[in-house]
Design a protein around this ligand. Structure first.
Ligand code: IPE
Ligand code: IPE
Ligand code: MG
Length: 240
């Protein structure tokens, strides 16, 4: 922790909270225990990240592909999102956390969707860490949505195709209010993006650990941040 340069933290960290099921199975427990432990871990990491001064975390909680899972697992995840919000919003608010969501919330049960919209509304003016929860999120679905909106604007004459550039596309994404993530962390040992932030991660530094998400700790986050700070980011240019 002493080696960490707090002036050079990534402003936006993307986090794929993966490995909950394997964590539980290793312990001989049902997968749902892993999801519960994963939700607890998010609380710990958000508190720590907010304390050290990270500005934003986008945490992948449920992908557009996760609907393929057995209905009872989907139900458990949805009920965990709901209790997370019920139990955490007030404390997050006290800590100046701004909650936002990326993903198509309209496919969720209405009371859950409403709870999410309420949490975002309630915390919208907070000046601390932005906690962006990616729920029913897919990078491709996000781009399809953006392109449809752009097509509509062209159809009504509000935009011309020549106006469309990288900045405009970025503005039509769920993450428009956030800078691109500088660092993406994926626990669980799987080395892929699984449809997360496809546009935004063009130059993101990727960091993987074999630990499952419930075994992740603030110390592991510090290690990821130290590794990030030691990397040479060239963006296609030459070494400084
Ligand atoms: C991540 O853990 C949580 C979600 C995808 C919702 P997993 O449930 O994917 O856990 P593993 O990858 O099967 O271990
Ligand atoms: C990615 O993990 C989605 C979340 C962590 C929410 P998955 O477990 O769904 O990804 P795959 O199936 O291993 O690619
Ligand atoms: Mg997984």
């Amino acid at each position: 922790m002493e080696k960490l340069n707090l002036d050079k933290l990534p402003r936006h960290v993307a986090l794929i909270m993966d490995g909950n099921g394997r964590w539980a199975q290793k312990k001989g427990l049902p997968r749902s225990f892993g999801h519960k432990a994963g939700a607890e871990k998010l609380k710990t990491i958000v508190r720590f990240a907010s304390d050290i001064g990270i500005s934003a975390i986008t945490a992948y909680a449920f992908s557009t592909e996760n609907w393929k899972r057995p209905q009872n697992e989907v139900d458990i995840l949805m009920s965990l999102f709901s209790s997370y919000l019920t139990n955490e919003v007030e404390e997050l608010h006290q800590n100046q956390v701004r909650i936002m969501f990326s993903g198509d919330l309209s496919r969720l049960a209405k009371p859950l969707e409403q709870k999410m919209l309420d949490a975002a509304q309630y915390t919208r003016n907070n000046q601390g860490l932005t906690l962006n929860l990616a729920v029913n999120y897919g990078g491709r679905a996000e781009l399809v949505r953006a392109f449809r909106s752009l097509a509509d604007k062209i159809a009504t004459g509000e935009l011309k195709s020549d106006d469309i550039g990288e900045d405009i596309i970025t503005e039509y994404l769920y993450t428009a209010s956030l800078p691109d993530p500088e660092l993406l962390i994926r626990p669980s040992g799987d080395l892929r993006l699984s449809n997360f932030l496809l546009w935004q991660t063009a130059y993101t530094e990727l960091w993987f650990t074999p630990l499952n998400w419930p075994d992740f700790t603030p110390q592991v986050l510090v290690q990821a941040l130290l590794d990030f700070q030691a990397r040479d980011r060239r963006f296609g240019g030459l070494k400084k």
